[in-house]
Design a protein around this ligand. Structure first.
Ligand SMILES: Nc1nc2c(ncn2[C@@H]2O[C@H](COP(=O)(O)OP(=O)(O)O)[C@@H](O)[C@H]2O)c(=O)[nH]1
Ligand SMILES: [Mg+2]
Length: 236
């Protein structure tokens, strides 16, 4: 009998086994993440992990970033999705090497897959050194927050059409990120989205999070995003 609820099932035992498996998965992911980070540091590559709900503008932000920075820095992209090569194709169309990582169902990327994907990307580089590697995670505000990929910064996007309650509903995404981009601000007049409340809620969860207010459509705030990346690359 279960000690917790008194029913006839042994789900308490099953739950504790599940927790053991999850903890062991996270532990082995953390070890692979540390190895990825060491590898990236040795190669002098700055790694950015983008997380958000599907459709909040990750690939569009990358397209704009590539257009603005590709003549001054060398960029590579690992694209995460459950299915399709579509986002990697969008990135390659901008003249930047990209590898698509399809998880076949998993709702997040893991460090072991990043390791494999990075070596695949290196084949496309022909010995050229990368300055920055962007990882676009699978669209999801939950699972990607739990998996360190060996990145240097985690950037969470919250878009205006999603609603301003997302930071408080998905606190782990905010707590584990160093930067939050509020995206699609060109749409703010069409939605009940309170930018100041979103900032305040995010700062209450993570007082050191840096917040940028952006629109890939109008270009609002993108200069600050590019500046943040340039400062990180020059060690400012
Ligand atoms: N109005 C508006 N639409 C945007 C903006 N950024 C992206 N979109 C649109 O949002 C949709 C999803 O964008 P995408 O970059 O594919 O999102 P992802 O799933 O997070 O990679 C596309 O139709 C984009 O054109 C923006 O700043 N403003
Ligand atoms: Mg995308």
């Amino acid at each position: 009998m279960c000690d917790t609820c008194g029913c006839d099932h042994d789900h308490e035992i099953k739950d504790s086994k599940t927790i053991d498996v999850n903890q062991s998965l996270l532990k082995s992911n953390d070890e692979a993440a540390a190895s990825n980070r060491k590898h990236f540091n040795e190669k002098g590559i700055y790694v950015v992990n983008l997380i958000s709900s599907p459709g909040s503008g990750k690939t569009t932000l990358l397209e704009k970033t590539i257009e603005a920075l590709k003549d001054s820095i060398s960029i590579g992209v690992l694209e995460g999705d459950i299915e399709t090569e579509l986002d990697a194709e969008r990135i390659r169309a901008k003249g930047v090497p990209a590898v698509q990582l399809t998880t076949g169902g998993a709702c997040h990327l893991e460090s072991a897959l990043i390791h494999k994907g990075f070596h695949k990307l290196e084949h496309q580089l022909d010995g050229k050194k990368l300055d920055i590697l962007f990882i676009e995670n699978v669209g999801n505000l939950v699972c990607p927050s739990f998996f360190d990929l060996g990145e240097h910064i985690r950037v969470v996007l919250i878009s205006v059409p999603e609603g301003h309650d997302k930071p408080i509903k998905y606190p782990k995404a905010i707590k584990t990120s160093q930067v939050m981009l509020i995206t699609k601000t060109d749409l703010v007049e069409h939605f009940d989205f309170d930018i100041e409340k979103t900032k305040k809620d995010a700062l209450a969860l993570n007082p050191s999070i840096k917040i940028l207010v952006t629109s890939a459509k109008t270009g609002e705030g993108l200069d600050k995003w590019f500046e943040l990346l340039n400062d990180a690359l020059t060690g400012k």
